[in-house]
Design a protein around this ligand. Structure first.
Ligand SMILES: [Zn+2]
Length: 468
């Protein structure tokens, strides 16, 4: 339905409603259509007035839709009115309503009310990330940086992952401020990027550069550069951090992962202790491997190819270097099918060791176990990012070591446009991660942020140095 251009009288709405094919949902359909067409709120108001007159009341569903329209158009006083009505009529709202209210109010001069609502939400549930982000943006825009930092830490404590956009506003709105505590907080955000292996996009990188250069009395200079294979920065000649773990670091990592990921409660959610024991015995019999391959994951790389062809190609590429390969497979691969050809499977088993797990097992724990048991030289192949291992990533040292090891040992596979079915991305000599020496910061960044290409390690860097 097309909403009217102007507010209508009750009689006119009634006539429209009678002509509508299913009158019982007329108001909802009409309001949805108003949201889509961005109709004037007065048109929606006239419809709600008509409903109130005939039913004596306006239902929750209709109020929410009206609220969405008001938020879409930044109609602050209307948003407040709806909130008053809702507060009177309903004891608590659902999270979608709170989120709308917070979004609407945080963009207005009544932004502090959004904070109050956020506090109310916290009493009954974990607010969605977007609610926090609306409040943080509002606080930074009003130069209430302490408040913004508090909300940011509160959000992290609740395991909510902030978007790059909200991290960027901290840098945008702190420009030129002389405030030691705030500076510490922004350095903290950069270290958060380091710990979580996050690369800022080009716009965010620019905000970081401008903020550094604006710190009063500190004389920071930023340059954009490419780091060569040697790992030496061409601008300041600083040598970037090595990607290798020391013996001690490797030992710590291995212990922690074995304890938490492999023997922790988490692991057996998707596999049985019996199966995992069988796997351990299998691996220990054949150690050490050079490369451990997540077979199922790699087999999906090119959708147009048979799964076993993809895996076969990967094994052939990697076996050329005379490496000892372990492929983690699933039992269903052994049943001749359109994707898993028995002859090809046989040929692959001549080139690599295969372990076939039950169809429901979780591969990551197997992958980590076999790779770490094989030693420091062993690498692994998967397109996954192993992001789910919260247990082993619970303290910041282990998290850092894990990510560093991952960068240095994970061979990335991605489809190539033509020619070869796919490419491998080798590990770097230097560590591609946000890093600092105090007087320098080196920040890898991406020109565009696309989740699709997140396995690609950036080549571009922001070099920041403090001139004495
Ligand atoms: Zn540099």
């Amino acid at each position: 339905v097309q909403p009217p251009e102007k507010p209508l009288q009750a009689e006119e709405w009634k006539r429209l409603r009678e002509n509508f094919q299913s009158p019982e949902i007329f108001e909802e359909v009409m309001l949805n259509s108003m949201i889509r067409c961005n109709s004037h709120v007065d048109v929606a108001k006239s419809l709600l007035t008509c409903v109130a007159k005939s039913d004596g009341d306006v239902g929750y569903n209709l109020l929410i839709k009206y609220l969405a329209l008001c938020v879409q158009q930044q109609k602050t006083s209307e948003i407040c009115d709806v909130y008053d009505i809702m507060k009177m009529r309903f004891k608590t709202l659902e999270s979608g309503a709170y989120n709308l209210l917070i979004r609407g109010l945080s963009n207005s001069d009544k932004w502090r009310m959004a904070l109050t609502i956020l506090e109310d939400v916290k009493k009954v549930m974990t607010p969605p990330r977007t609610s926090y982000e609306s409040c943080i943006k509002a606080a930074t825009q009003h130069q209430e940086m302490n408040l913004a930092c508090e909300l940011y830490h509160d959000m992290l404590a609740k395991d909510l992952v902030p978007t790059l956009d909200v991290l960027q506003v901290f840098f945008d709105f702190s420009r030129g401020m002389k405030d030691a505590e705030l500076k510490k907080q922004l350095f903290g955000i950069l270290l958060y990027l380091r710990d979580n292996q996050i690369y800022p996009h080009g716009m965010f990188m620019r905000s970081i550069k401008l903020w550094f250069e604006s710190i009063p009395g500190e004389n920071w200079r930023g340059h954009i550069t490419n780091i060569k294979h040697s790992g030496k920065c061409p601008v300041c000649h600083h040598q970037l951090e090595d990607s290798n773990l020391t013996e001690e670091e490797y030992h710590i990592l291995k212990e922690r992962i074995t304890a938490d990921v492999i023997h922790g409660r988490d692991t057996f959610r998707k596999t049985t202790p019996q199966e995992f024991e069988a796997f351990q015995a299998f691996v220990e019999d054949r150690l050490p491997f050079d490369i451990v391959i997540d077979g199922l994951n790699v087999s999906h790389i090119k959708a147009k190819k048979m799964q076993c062809e993809n895996l076969f190609h990967a094994i052939n590429c990697l076996a050329k270097e005379n490496a000892r390969l372990l492929v983690l497979g699933r039992k269903h691969m052994l049943f001749n099918s359109s994707n898993w050809n028995r002859e090809v499977m046989k040929e692959m088993q001549n080139k690599a060791d295969f372990f076939f797990a039950d169809n429901i097992s979780e591969d990551d724990a197997f992958l980590l176990y076999a790779t770490l048991k094989s030693g420091k030289h062993c690498r692994f192949v998967t397109r996954d990012f192993l992001r789910d291992h919260k247990a082993c990533l619970s303290d910041s040292l282990t998290r850092h070591l894990f990510r560093k090891w991952q960068r240095g040992h994970q061979i990335m596979v991605f489809p190539s446009a033509e020619g070869k079915p796919f490419n491998f991305l080798p590990a770097f000599n230097y560590d591609c991660v946000v890093q600092t020496t105090g007087d320098t910061w080196h920040i890898p960044y991406k020109d565009t942020f696309e989740e699709k290409y997140s396995y690609q390690v950036p080549r571009k860097w922001l070099c920041l140095q403090r001139k004495q």
